[in-house]
Design a protein around this ligand. Sequence first.
Ligand code: ATP
Ligand code: MG
Length: 377
Amino acid sequence: MNFVSEALNLSKFSTERLEERGILRIAFVKHPFFSDVVDAVRIEKKFGIYEEGTVIVKGKDRLRVFRGFPKIKRILYLESGLKKHFGSTKIALEEKMNGYNVRIGKIGDEIYAITRRGLICPYTTEKAREKIPKDFFEEYPEHMLCCEALGKASPYVPDYYGIEGLEFFLFDIRESKTNKALSIHEKEEIAERYDLRMVNILLKTSAEDIENIKRVLEELNDKSREGVVFKDLEMNLPPLKYTTSFSNCGDLSYAFKNFEEYGRDFMLARIVREAFQTFEFQDNIDNRAYRLGKAILDSAVESIKKVKEGKEVTEELNLTFSSEEVLELFKMHLKLLGITFREIERKKRNDKIEAKFERVMRATTDKIKSLLEGNPW
Ligand code: ATP
Ligand code: MG
């Protein structure tokens, strides 16, 4: 762990303490596919300036620190929330896309993809090597591309966009060691020049322009999109986020399908968001009530039905790999994450390998079973 002390400028004693307290964890599965990485640890819980998900890498050429992607605060009431935070500063409304957070950087000779909690993911890395031009890192060796990864072949989040495979949508470019973000203007210029897909910028305005801001959110909701991240154009202030009713209800639907796997807090927060939005947008409360009720009941009833028919509540994953090697490595990676999937099918198609995984929602299945047998809650 000497490389951690050196990279973070900590005494050997402090590093040992962090290790003992379980804050430093292994960040990857050792494998030839990760041949540029000699060692890598991640920070499990924010400490000092270092965000959760920060990764410290002993690369074959040099030490690297990839800071965790900062938490984005949410506002529930737009009118006062935006003014209070941004004042009269110019802001951009960026589309908030619903996938999973990936930081892409170059270690040694290759591209690596790190997920939110700070693990180097083999599957995402394989896709990033196919999609991200390496020459960006020749110009910006100290930077990382912060992207939302999404599509039908996403292992972690279902697809809402009808996108084949897995795509990366750039939303921030940050210096990996300091987490300092480039301005929105610089980001747009780079995305254009390197032909990187970027999240949509829906509007540039200021907090007073509340009517137009609300209109953008209504349009997003009509298109079944997740929401918006508000950022000042210079990227000096922390951003804020806000989600559509579609997203709040979608989360609730998912949470009630698997109600024992999802915490009470998760559900309550989304219902309260919906209440504030109903109040602020002043639209038809009956429609909203119906939509919210449907989201909760339909999915929960579907799970009850499934268990009654003797089946289990499950999630299915369809992934495409370019080699058996990465597929096997990904399975080890899931074990490291503590997620239990079983592989139920493997097919060769063209030169790719298609695999179907199934995750059983054990807690929800058992709970429903017990309740259907007449046991008390
Ligand atoms: P947080 O990231 O704020 O800690 P969380 O993990 O619950 O919270 P979300 O509610 O999904 O995450 O919101 C933040 C995430 O949104 C970011 O981590 C990022 O992955 C994703 N995101 C999608 N689009 C954007 C965008 N345009 N700008 C910034 N983040 C975006
Ligand atoms: Mg998200």
